[in-house]
Design a protein around this ligand. Structure first.
Ligand code: GDP
Ligand code: IMO
Ligand code: MG
Length: 420
């Protein structure tokens, strides 16, 4: 059985949590493959909104197995808070969730290092969520990291202290002398809670599940434009957010990957610094932010808003091998008389269709103008009942990308989802 991958094609917050939750009934296993508490995945059902950071978005379905893969960096303090806020007994959750022994730990000092490094960056600040992501992945790559499996070592506390001292030494050179004792307490309570869960070599588990015909959905975090290799570096996160990241983050072969679901908002948003060619600084941008409630699920920061960027979308489709597109937040575009779509960039005096390497390049979007629609579509469940101009918008994007849009989302609830 092939493993399907679902991931964001823009700068994150496309609506991955909502869609994974909506698709979960069709899968047996839902597995997160990278990053960690910088993610904020929202999902909604029974008039209640839930925000997940580390835990896969299939967790609310009692009969599904959720997996935290090896590619993640996990902060036990965040994990504990998230588990206790889910509203289900821990005993029950230990049956629904398995954690990779190979995933790395975010130490309390990684969070402070994140702040210290960001502080030094001046005008080049990334706008990090300051959850310790960059420093934890740095330690992983430099072979200085601690992994989830290490918490089972009877000498874990001593090993932890050695790592902490090394971090504190770096922090002193940045004039940071933090008191981490309060955070550390919650962190170790999180370590104790982690020990109640299955900590395993999940690469065996996932490969065995696939071999026995169980359906697996790999859930990405962030988006392609935040990928450490192919995003707008250095304004990116520190992991592989692309479909290849599902292989390295879960221990599955590329030959096992089936569909790649690429999800995008009907417009664009970005939180944090970095290039954003179609960003709107006017009333239209403000209206998108207001109508779309575009405020970060992890930090509450206002998201930057703009029109859909097709050169970016085509780039992301190419990098990921997207087989189906899912369009999110289509309801937010109701009421705009004209909808602009960026089809190319003007760059160095020429019209180009590629995403340039240079983040500081003066890029001017080349727009196509499409007619909008007035109707409220948030209660529509049948594709044919959607306004004609929305269907034209969908057809235009399909024509420009060559990939079918097979799911149209019209609201935050799991039921506000139109399958074609
Ligand atoms: P994720 O990080 O990709 O899971 O996305 P976030 O949860 O950070 O941000 C998406 C936001 O849009 C959340 O507040 C969702 O509840 C909301 N949302 C998702 N899909 C839709 C939709 O189709 N329409 C509307 N109006 N809101 C949506
Ligand atoms: P989800 O999974 C949107 C952004 C941050 C910052 C940059 C680096 O909810 O889509 P980091 O904390 O990794 O050092 O931040 O990446 N960022 C996200 N933006 N959605 C996310 O996740 C993000 N995770 C990180 O704002 O610009
Ligand atoms: Mg989010």
């Amino acid at each position: 059985m092939k493993i399907d991958v679902l991931l964001g094609l823009q700068w994150g917050d496309e609506g991955k949590g909502k869609v994974v939750d909506a698709l979960s009934p069709g899968y047996d296993v839902i597995a997160r493959f990278q990053c960690g508490p910088n993610a904020g995945h929202s999902l909604e059902f029974n008039n209640k909104k839930h925000i997940l950071h580390l835990i896969p978005s299939g967790i609310f379905h009692p009969d599904k197995l959720n997996v935290i893969g090896s590619g993640l960096v996990l902060d036990p303090a965040v994990f504990r808070e998230e588990i206790l806020n889910l509203g289900h007994p821990v005993e029950e959750l230990t049956r629904r969730l398995v954690i990779s022994a190979r995933a790395h730990l975010i130490l309390p000092t990684h969070r402070i290092l994140d702040a210290a490094f960001e502080n030094r960056k001046g005008s080049l600040k990334i706008g990090s969520t300051l959850k310790g992501i960059g420093p934890a992945y740095t330690d992983k790559a430099s072979r200085n990291g601690l992994r989830i499996g290490d918490i089972l070592n009877p000498s874990f506390r001593e090993i932890y202290e050695i790592h902490k001292s090394a971090h504190l030494e770096i922090l002193r050179s940045y004039d940071f002398n933090p008191d981490i004792s309060a955070y550390e307490e919650g962190w170790f309570e999180g370590v104790d809670l982690l020990k109640r869960f299955r900590i395993e070599n999940v690469e065996y588990l996932l490969n065995e599940q696939a071999a026995s015909g169980r359906k697996i959905l790999a859930e990405g975090a962030q988006g392609t434009m935040l990928d450490v290799d192919f995003g707008s570096y250095p304004f990116v996160t520190s992991s592989s957010t692309i479909s290849a990241g599902a292989c390295t983050g879960l221990g599955i072969s590329p030959r096992l990957v089936g569909d790649v679901f690429g999800i995008f908002k009907a417009y664009c948003t970005r939180v944090g610094s970095g290039p954003f060619p179609t960003e709107l600084f006017d009333d239209t941008g403000e209206l998108l932010r207001k109508k779309g409630c575009e405020f970060g699920a992890t930090t509450g920061r206002p998201r930057r808003c703009g029109w859909l960027d097709l050169p970016g979308l085509r780039y992301a489709i190419m990098i990921n091998g997207v087989t189906q597109l899912f369009m999110m937040k289509s309801d937010i575009l109701s009421g705009f008389s004209k909808i602009m779509v960026c089809t190319a960039y003007k760059y160095l005096g020429k019209e180009v269709k590629e995403v340039p390497f240079d983040n500081n390049a003066a890029i001017e979007p080349v727009y196509a103008e499409l007619d909008g629609w007035e109707e409220d579509i948030s209660k529509i469940s049948d594709y044919d009942a959607l306004p004609e101009n929305l269907k034209r918008y969908i057809g235009f994007i399909e024509g420009q990308t060559g990939v079918p849009i097979t799911l149209v989302s019209v609201g935050p609830d799991r039921n506000s989802t139109i399958f074609r």
